[in-house]
Design a protein around this ligand. Structure first.
Ligand code: UDX
Length: 444
């Protein structure tokens, strides 16, 4: 069944969600206050690097199922409104900034008509502190026939289209799961939107608002903890001469632990994990139970330490950083992304530069982002040019082309054959045999 759908806030999450809903055959209007973004999307241009996104964006445009606007008035007749707004870290602290989300709900309330009969459904997708959904529901449900479901999004950059159209599970948070009649009505409406996903056997879990909100932040906190756990073990490995990749592989084979998210290195970054664990801690503080999530402070601290450790290692290998030619391979927070938000690689590059090193950053996709975020950071798009004359190379984002570098060939380009493998993706023996001094994080 075709439904008319809006997606309010077409950043990363919202834009992918809008195009994915059109891919499912719904008629979709994406709304954003950013005129340039709306223009680009209406032209069928992706404002960010995401495999498969531009294709479904164009298909939605060609099938006349997808358009973008800045005008809330166009949303008045829509059946289902998704809220895809960002909830960044607050400028004045660690909590989540709900300004954009609140402003969108206020604007939506202005245009939502009171309806009897079929309700209008509002579906929250943003990552929020527990309690937000109930607060917004109290506001939205003052309009007759409007109902709110909280339906967190678990997409990963680089897999965003797949994660949206073929998620591991769908989570629906409702006001009162015990209220069977009410719950059946809103669940039915959202099921109709996701019918094709559910028909493929995807599990759908219905729970209260607060549980749904907590599922999202808990999942991210767990992933961050897993990474910091293995990075803490990598510190133990460094002190004892063990190889953390051996430890990770062996513990990961216990399927209660699992091998994923056990790659030790320079740590996690991006637009989600760092801010989400901080917002989660702030939320616990607000609830008066800060100690419950105090361990996340350590998770954050371990992650920070990784970045400092790389800089120390660089200084140690070079006998000081002042004026030394250093090449940083990678700026994106992870490969196959052009996103540099809270990127460990870019942060290390900045720290090296502050310490006086002559840094050059290269990345296949993210240099535009570097120029915007750190104006004046020297960048070089051509990999060979970036490597030429380097006294130290740091591999900090594990792009495929960096993993496949030929140590003998690269040796011809650099001034001194020294490399730090900040992601543990190179074969140290192969590089050493080619005459390189190789240091890794957590490997002898
Ligand atoms: C994450 C969650 O995975 C996703 O479910 C949520 O919706 C948003 O946040 P994303 O930010 O796209 O997704 O990146 P992810 O692939 O999770 O990687 C996060 C960071 O952890 C990256 O900087 C990555 O390099 C790092 N990482 C990941 C490690 O350092 N080691 C690992 O083993 C895995």
């Amino acid at each position: 069944m075709r439904t008319t759908v809006s997606v309010i806030g077409v950043g990363y999450l919202g834009a992918v969600h809008a195009a994915s809903m059109a891919e499912l055959g719904h008629e979709v209007i994406g709304l954003d206050v950013d005129v340039d973004r709306v223009g680009a999307l209406n032209d069928g241009r992706a404002p960010f690097h995401e495999p498969g996104f531009e294709e479904i964006l164009r298909r939605g445009r060609d099938r006349d199922l997808l358009r973008f606007t800045t005008d809330y008035a166009e949303l008045a007749k829509v059946d289902v409104h998704f809220l895809g707004l960002g909830t960044p870290q607050r400028a004045d602290g660690n909590g989540a900034d709900l300004t954009y989300l609140q402003a969108a709900v206020d604007a939506l309330c202005e245009v939502l008509p009171a309806r009897d009969g079929a309700p209008t459904l509002v579906v929250g997708k943003s990552t929020v502190p527990a309690g937000t959904a109930r607060m917004l529901a109290d506001q939205l449900e003052q309009i007759d026939g409007v109902r709110l479901v909280w339906n967190p999004e678990f997409l990963r950059e680089g897999f965003a289209v797949k994660d949206t159209l073929a998620p591991d599970r769908l989570v629906y948070g409702v006001r009162d799961p015990e209220d069977v009649e009410e719950t059946e009505q809103v669940v039915g409406m959202l099921d109709a939107v996701y019918a094709q996903i559910l028909e493929r056997g995807t599990t759908r879990l219905v729970m209260g608002y607060e549980a749904a909100e907590l599922v999202k932040v808990s999942a991210n906190a767990f992933l961050a903890t897993k990474i910091s756990f293995i990075n803490a073990i990598s510190e133990m490995c460094e002190a004892t001469g063990a190889d953390v990749t051996d430890v990770a592989r062996a513990i990961g084979m216990d399927d209660r632990i699992g091998v994923k998210f056990l790659r030790a290195g320079v740590g996690f970054g991006g637009g989600c994990l760092p801010k989400d664990i901080r917002a989660f801690m702030a939320s616990a503080e607000d609830l008066g139970i800060g100690e419950s999530l105090a361990f996340l402070r350590e998770v954050d601290a371990i992650n920070e330490r990784r970045r400092a450790r790389v800089v120390d290692l660089a200084a140690e290998m070079l006998g000081g950083l002042e004026g030394r030619r250093v090449t940083v391979l990678g700026a994106a927070f992870k490969p196959d992304s052009d996103d540099v938000r809270d990127s460990p690689a870019l942060d290390v590059a900045c720290r090296l530069r502050t310490a006086g090193a002559a840094v050059t950053v290269t990345d296949p996709e993210a240099l535009g982002g570097v120029e915007k975020r750190v104006p004046g950071m020297p960048t070089e798009a051509d990999l060979d040019e970036a490597l030429r004359g380097a006294e130290l190379v740091l591999l900090l984002t594990e792009w495929g082309q960096y993993k496949e570098l030929d140590p003998a060939r690269v040796r011809e380009l650099v001034a001194d054959a020294r490399i730090i493998d900040g992601r543990n993706v190179l074969e140290p023996r192969q590089w050493r045999e080619a005459g390189w001094e190789v240091r890794s994080l957590g490997r002898p």
